[in-house]
Ligand binder design. Structure first.
Ligand SMILES: O=P(O)(O)OC[C@H]1O[C@](O)(CO)[C@@H](O)[C@@H]1O
Length: 375
C-alpha cells in the first residue's frame, strides 16, 4: 500500500510496547509500566523501542518479525522498518540516508532483569565485517533507570578482572563451570542515573533487578558462554552465533580490566553542554565513547521550543510533559513514555509544570548539540 507518510504522520510518534522473547527472566516492571495489573516475570524481559531490527531467538521461540516495532496510522498498524524504507528522508534526513541507509543505525531497548543475564560477549564492528559478513557489531550502553524495590544497588559485570588463558576459558565453558566463570569478574555496582558502555569484545552480564535503557548497535549478535538461564538451556546453535566455541572465543578481549580501569573507561561522566535557568542539556555518550550513536539528557521546566535537526528516540525519565508538534498536534507524556521524533517535522514544543527529564538517543554524526532551543 502506498502511504503518504509525512502527510499522515507529520508529528512525533508515541510508541507502544514491543516486548521481545529472551531466554532470561524479567519483565514484571515493564508490565507495570504498561499498566498491566499483577505483572509477572517471564520470558519477555525486554521492550524494543522504535526498532527496525529483528530478534534472533532459538527456533522453538522464533516469531517472524519479532523485535520490529509497529505504529498505528489512520487506524492501521504498520511495521516501522517499512515506514522507514518508504520515507527515509522524512525520518532521517538526506545526509543520514546517504551514509547509513533507511534505518536509525542504532537500537534502543528497555531491559528489566529479574535475574542475572547469561555471561556473554558481543563482536566488534571490525569482527562482524571480517568474520560475520555484517556491517554491525554490538557496542552497547546502559542508562540505569531503577532497581527492583528493596534493592540498594545493582550490578553489572564488565570485562574480566581475572581473565583466564584462552584454553582455560574454553575448558570452563565446555564444562559450564559457572563458579569459575563468575570468579573471572568483580561486579561493578550501579545505581539509577549511571551510564555504562560495553564495547564489542567485552565479556559481560547485567545483574539481577536492574531496569535500564540500553542503546546499542542495530544487531542481535551475541556469544553466550553460559548456556542456561531462566530454566531454559540454549540450543547449541544459539550459543556462538551459529558457529562453534572456537569461533566464539575469537570474539573475546581477554585483557585484564581492573575495576578502577572499568570505572575510568566504561562508566561515563555526563558533560554539561548548555544550561540556563530553565533548561540543561547534558551529553552522556558522544564521539569520545563511540561512533555508533549519541545519548543526551535534557531537563527543563516551563516551556521550550526546539528546532528538530535529527531523528531521535526520546524517553521520559522524570516528570510529565505536553509535547506539541506541527498542525496543533499535542500529546501528554508521562514517566517512561517513549517517542520517535522524525527528522522532518520542523519544530517541537515541550511544556511542563514541574521539572521534566528526557533521555534522547541520536544516530552517529547527527548534530543534536547545535539543535536550537528556543525559549
Ligand atoms: O543472552 P541473553 O541473556 O538472552 O541476553 C541477551 C541480551 O543481553 C544484551 O546483550 C544486554 O547485555 C541485550 O541486548 C540482549 O537482548
Amino acid at each position: 500500500m502506498l502511504l503518504n507518510i509525512p502527510h499522515l504522520c507529520n508529528r512525533p510518534l508515541v510508541l507502544s510496547a514491543n516486548r521481545v522473547w529472551r531466554s532470561y527472566l524479567g519483565g514484571s516492571l515493564l508490565d507495570a509500566i504498561e499498566g498491566k495489573p499483577g505483572g509477572e516475570d517471564g520470558h519477555y524481559p525486554e521492550d524494543w523501542i522504535g526498532s527496525a531490527v529483528e530478534a534472533v531467538n532459538p527456533r522453538e521461540h522464533a516469531r517472524a518479525g519479532e523485535g520490529i516495532s509497529s505504529v498505528e496510522l489512520d487506524g492501521t498498524h504498520h511495521r516501522l522498518d517499512e515506514l522507514y524504507r518508504a520515507e527515509p528522508e522524512y525520518f532521517f534526513g538526506r545526509g543520514h540516508v546517504e551514509r547509513f541507509g533507511a534505518q536509525p543505525e542504532f537500537l534502543v531497548k528497555f531491559i528489566d532483569s529479574a535475574e542475572r543475564l547469561h555471561f556473554q560477549c558481543h563482536p566488534t564492528k571490525a569482527f562482524s565485517r571480517e568474520r560475520l559478513d555484517s556491517p554491525y557489531g554490538k557496542f552497547e550502553a546502559y542508562y540505569v533507570l531503577a532497581l527492583r524495590p528493596g534493592q540498594e544497588t545493582g550490578e553489572v559485570y564488565v570485562g574480566f578482572q581475572w581473565p583466564p588463558e584462552r584454553e582455560a576459558l574454553k575448558r570452563m565453558i565446555e564444562e559450564q563451570d559457572i563458579t569459575g566463570l563468575t570468579a573471572c569478574f568483580d561486579p561493578l555496582s550501579v545505581k539509577p542515573g549511571d551510564v555504562v558502555i560495553v564495547p564489542g569484545g567485552t565479556p559481560h552480564a547485567l545483574g539481577a533487578g536492574v531496569l535500564l535503557v540500553e542503546i546499542l548497535e542495530p544487531s542481535d549478535w551475541v556469544v553466550r558462554f553460559e548456556y542456561a538461564r531462566g530454566g531454559y538451556v540454549l540450543p547449541e546453535k544459539d550459543r556462538f552465533m551459529g558457529r562453534g566455541l572456537d569461533f566464539g572465543l575469537d570474539v573475546f578481549d581477554l585483557a585484564p580490566r581492573s575495576l578502577d580501569e572499568v570505572r575510568a573507561r566504561n562508566v561515563c561522566q555526563p558533560q554539561m553542554m548548555a544550561a540556563d535557568g530553565r533548561c540543561r542539556r547534558e551529553r552522556l555518550i558522544g564521539e569520545a565513547q563511540t561512533d555508533c550513536f549519541q545519548v543526551w539528557k535534557i531537563s527543563w521546566h516551563g516551556e521550550c521550543r526546539r528546532e528538530v535537526k535529527s531523528f531521535c528516540i526520546a524517553i521520559v525519565l522524570k516528570g510529565a510533559c505536553r509535547l506539541g508538534g506541527p498542525g496543533g498536534w499535542t500529546a501528554t507524556l508521562k514517566q517512561y513514555d517513549r517517542v520517535l521524533i522524525p527528522h522532518g517535522i520542523g519544530q517541537l514544543s515541550l511544556q511542563t509544570e514541574d521539572e521534566c527529564e528526557l533521555l534522547e538517543c541520536y544516530p552517529p554524526q547527527s548534530a543534536p548539540e547545535t539543535e536550537s532551543l528556543l525559549s
